[in-house]
Write a protein that binds this ligand. Structure first.
Ligand code: FEO
Ligand code: CA
Ligand code: CA
Length: 694
């Protein structure tokens, strides 16, 4: 380990993949894409699957599914490709707003459509209570940061508590020391600075109020709900692994609790009014113990390094628990779906072991027709899997105390996707949910229930699920009951590794998969699926916009978070477009049924260096909320080399945070015109997602 305080890795030497700045890869995921693929399990590739099925033999014979895919899609699309830059501007859009044109990647501006305005709602450092210290970038402390909004907003929820009051919660996923402290462009943070940086992780919760539905929300500093969840917040473990030897540490000898949450990425609001949040890139904060032979398999599968020189996020001075040479079980305290009741500051937040431990992107719950709660989830890593959890107990309308136990007890499944061949010009097929636990007990050979739930990647590898192109947000559509998953990209997929659900090699742009549970039963084990969006510039013949005329659609790349408005239209935010299409990231909307199915329109773009995350169309259809994560995070950026001034309040440096977008006050109205949207073309609603608030 070096002790001279100098940066250990020249960050600009990190390979850039998936469209991000090298500095984003460095701090967010400890350069995951530059490391070996963690999943080396020998699950069947599509070529092997096809070899077993005569019906698909023809596809193999074409010699290269990439070519077969492109040819099939080109054949299905008889229209003349348009020039991408003209596309979005020309589109009036199907949802009642005129889409914006792509924004060049270097533009430091937050752009919304004509007739809309935006307002920064809560940004890094904003005091959460009247007594909290005012933000001062030159005078930061751990104590102050724990009373102020955290850094790098991701998942956003706004839960109404009245017509003009609500509670805002958002994830604070990771930090960039170079943009938070002076003089850190070439030095390791001091222990005190590390403590501040760690305190900027977790979640921020703050009450909101507004004068009317035509006005922007403002924060209510006097609400008792205002608080931070951070790395010292006490959590309770729930589920079969709670109390397991795998979770026991010196600080938590019973294995029933943990301290802190971090790398909180996406999330969801449950039908009972709590929030779920996924712990994602936690592995990159730990230093593994090279001498612990038994731990090496887990380290490799979860991406834990054993050399301090490989840690981009060096917090070991302030947090010795991240040094696994002290205590290996500290590693097992992160990687869960956490549940928080934003309305109750006295409630202990929980980590649900029944939903497994991996690099959880997020979780979104629907209530199945038979009353069980079902959570859909992605493990965001190249070649990792999609999961669902089915509760043992049933949802009871109005009984929040009971419903808050639903994620503590149930069964975990992992998805296997089979294609029906590319000859039909569509990436689609059938699939099965393979159980990892049944009746709450392991069904994975050679692994105990506790091992399945704490070492979930190792368990899933044994049952043959499909290796996906980085599963991010996976959400049930509350109108049509189908599940939509963002597969953001996978530049490492080789031509011999493609399958119909992941149909492109060196996939820079990603795709969106739609899953229809057999018989509409979310608790069942069979489904059909279809790629409704294969992203990229519409002139790229491998792209697909659910069959829509590609001269009318917006270019898009790297889908990350998904959301739905009241009519069931799909909203998609992106993370990585500057590197793949040369545009700022943004938020897009697309009907998934009706005559405009597949007509993708861009709603907004975020400033240079930022990703767009946490999209939300409010339940009263008068606001859109997004998070502006890592604005100005350009290679070489620092507090004295600034690329973004977001939110443009004269600070002189960027402050990540949450934005509200509304129609302008002189012409107020709903965000989406549900009269012309595709709601009527959907099947009957099968889900009660959002029923408490809708
Ligand atoms: Fe934090 Fe998978 O993005
Ligand atoms: Ca097909
Ligand atoms: Ca994400």
């Amino acid at each position: 380990m070096r002790n001279d305080g100098r940066r250990l890795l020249p960050i600009l030497n990190s390979p850039i993949t998936g469209g991000r700045q090298a500095v984003t890869c460095h701090y967010r995921c400890n350069n995951a894409c530059a490391r070996p693929v963690p999943n080396t399990s020998d699950n069947q590739t599509f070529a092997e699957v096809v070899a077993e099925g005569a019906s698909r033999r023809q596809v193999l014979i074409t010699g290269g599914l990439g070519l077969a895919t492109a040819a099939a899609f080109a054949a299905a699309d008889t229209r003349t490709p348009a020039v991408a830059a003209d596309i979005a501007e020309a589109s009036e859009g199907p949802l009642g707003f005129k889409g914006i044109a792509p924004t060049p990647a270097e533009v430091d501006e937050f752009k919304v459509p004509e007739g809309f305005a935006w307002n920064p709602l809560c940004n890094w450092g904003d005091p959460l209570t009247p007594d909290a210290p005012a933000f001062d970038i030159k005078n930061q402390s751990e104590a102050a940061q724990k009373q102020q909004a955290g850094y790098n907003a991701d998942f956003v929820s706004v839960i109404p508590t009245g017509d003009n009051t609500a509670v805002l919660s958002f994830n604070n996923e990771y930090v960039n020391p170079e943009l938070m402290f002076d003089g850190l462009a070439d030095a390791r943070p001091t222990a005190d600075q590390q403590a501040v940086l760690l305190a900027a992780h977790g979640l921020t919760i703050t009450a909101l109020q507004r004068a009317s539905a035509e006005d922007f929300y403002e924060r209510d500093l006097n609400s008792p709900v205002n608080r931070r969840i951070h790395l010292d917040t006490e959590f309770a473990f729930t589920g079969p692994a709670a109390g397991s030897d795998l979770l026991k540490t010196k600080a938590t000898p019973k294995g029933k609790n943990a301290f802190g949450t971090m790398n909180n990425c996406a999330g969801g609001v449950t039908p009972w009014g709590t929030i779920l949040s996924g712990e994602e890139n936690w592995n990159g904060y730990f230093l593994g113990d090279a001498d612990n032979a038994a731990a090496q398999e887990e380290y490799e599968r979860y991406g834990v390094v054993t050399s301090a020189d490989e840690l981009s996020n060096y917090f070991l001075d302030a947090a010795p628990r991240f040094d696994l040479r002290n205590e290996n079980n500290a590693l097992h305290h992160f990687g869960y779906i956490i549940e928080i009741d934003p309305m109750d500051p006295t409630a202990t937040p929980r980590k649900h072991t029944a939903l497994g431990r991996f690099k959880h992107e997020g979780a979104n719950v629907t209530i199945a027709a038979n009353g069980h709660a079902v959570a859909y989830m992605g493990d965001d890593e190249r070649f990792d899997y999609m999961y669902k959890f089915v509760s043992r107990k049933k949802y009871v309308e109005g009984n929040k105390q009971h419903n808050m136990t639903l994620l503590e007890d149930g069964d975990l499944y992992v998805a296997k996707f089979s294609g029906d061949g590319f000859e039909d010009g569509v990436s689609d097929g059938s699939g099965i949910w393979i159980p990892l636990t049944q009746n709450g007990k392991s069904v994975v050979p050679g692994m105990s229930t506790e091992e399945v739930l704490v070492l979930t990647r190792l368990a899933a590898d044994k049952v043959g699920p499909t290796k996906m192109d980085r599963p991010e947000d996976v959400e049930p559509n509350p109108v049509n009951g189908r599940i939509y998953g963002a597969l953001t990209n996978n530049s490492k997929r080789a031509p011999g590794e493609i399958d119909e659900a992941n149909p492109r090699a060196e996939n820079k742009h990603g795709q969106v998969i739609e899953i229809t549970e057999a018989g509409g039963d979310h608790t069942g084990t069979k489904f059909t699926w279809k790629l409704v969006l294969i992203c990229g510039d519409p002139t790229d013949p491998t792209t697909y916009f659910n069959g829509y005329d590609k001269s009318m659609v917006a270019p898009i790349s790297c889908p990350d978070n998904v959301a739905f408005d009241k009519a069931g239209n799909l909203w998609i935010s992106t993370d990585g477009m500057p590197g793949t299409l040369g545009h700022c990231d943004g938020l897009y909307a697309m009907p998934v049924a009706g005559e405009n199915m597949g007509l993708l329109t861009q709603f907004l773009s975020v400033p240079t260096g930022a990703e767009c995350s946490g999209p939300l169309v409010s339940t009263d259809n008068t606001s859109v909320f997004v998070a502006v994560q890592h604005p100005g995070e350009i290679d070489g950026a620092s507090t004295t080399n600034v690329f973004s001034q977001f939110p443009y309040k004269g600070d002189g440096f960027p402050r990540p945070g949450v934005v509200e977008v509304k129609r302008t006050k002189d012409a107020p109205g709903p965000i989406v015109d549900t009269g012309v949207a595709s709601g009527s073309a959907f099947g009957s609603a099968q889900s009660r997602v959002g029923s408490l608030f809708g």
